[in-house]
Design a binder for this molecule. Structure first.
Ligand code: NAD
Ligand code: RM4
Length: 252
């Protein structure tokens, strides 16, 4: 029960890595706002948190839209009166060759992955400061923030931006006792990449790529995120924690 009584927002918690984080937080005693786009999927995450013995609500919001982000934060305040933890996780990766990335696609990826993290962080940080909460802001970044990727120029650029957003937020929010950290997952099989990992040669490449096996499960990311949300991480800020089974430690 490392998060007993805490109020947490997890974006993109309707499935995948976000759902695993939200459910893990619920198991640790947190009340969780499950933020995302799909109501049926979001309600399933809520059900799993309730089954774990905690409270949750689903809030439908597009994180790239400031009005929807502000309304989402208000709903959490109406429900529980405060916010202790924000996990920025909602993201997209529409794989596309560099020469095929349209301006519209570039904007959609950057607006969701980077602007979305900025909007949610700013709105939540204002609440934490106003209420004197020494809160936790955690970003789900990626090892793709440090390495280029095929068909991922827009995605890699957005994830690299997240790392320096988090480090700069750590500087700005540290004086208020708010910590800002990032978890950098390797390849985790979810709906974002299932179609890519369905290609046998791609799957074999990732499986061989890491000392611990290069394809993770959403639950593998939840623990490291929980660490940053817990009291154990009270002196961590601006940290970038790679969680990839060792994918990024070797060249060949
Ligand atoms: P996913 O597609 O299963 O989940 C993404 C979630 O984000 C979904 O709930 C989706 O509805 C939500 N979302 C997308 N756009 C949104 C928007 N505009 N507003 C609100 N919600 C939105 O994928 P996932 O693998 O669980 O990805 C979660 C995060 O983990 C992403 O930030 C992704 O970049 C990151 N990540 C994933 C991997 C991987 O290999 N799966 C690796 C590194 C990082
Ligand atoms: C990750 C990494 C993975 C990819 C997902 C979508 O950051 O690049 O390889 O499958 O994103």
């Amino acid at each position: 029960m490392r998060l007993k009584g805490k109020v947490a927002i997890v974006t993109g918690a309707t499935r995948g890595i976000g759902r695993a984080i939200a459910v893990r937080f619920g198991q640790e005693g947190a009340r969780v706002a499950v933020v995302g786009r799909s109501e049926p999927e979001g309600l399933e995450t809520v059900r799993q948190i309730e089954e774990a013995g905690s409270e949750a609500i689903f809030i439908q919001a597009d994180v790239s839209d400031k009005a929807q982000v502000d309304a989402m934060v208000q709903k959490v305040l109406e429900k529980w009166g405060t916010i202790d933890i924000l996990v920025n996780n909602a993201g997209i990766c529409p794989f596309a060759e560099f020469l095929d990335i349209t301006e519209e696609l570039w904007d959609r990826v950057l607006d969701t992955n980077l602007k979305g993290y900025f909007l949610c962080s700013q709105a939540v940080a204002r609440v934490m400061i106003e209420k004197g909460v020494k809160g936790r802001i955690i970003a789900v970044s990626s090892i793709s923030s440090e390495f280029g990727g095929r068909q991922q120029a827009h995605y890699c650029a957005s994830k690299a931006g997240i790392n320096l957003l988090i480090k700069s937020m750590a500087i700005a929010l540290g004086p208020y006792g708010i910590t800002c950290n990032a978890v950098l997952p390797g390849t985790v099989e979810t709906d974002i990449n299932r179609h890519v990992l369905a290609q046998p040669e791609v799957r074999a490449y990732w499986e061989k790529r890491a000392p611990l096996g290069g394809i993770g499960r959403p639950e593998d990311i939840a623990g490291p995120v929980l660490f940053f949300a817990s009291d154990d991480a009270s002196w961590c800020t601006g940290s970038m924690l790679v969680v990839d089974g060792g994918t990024s430690v070797f060249l060949q």
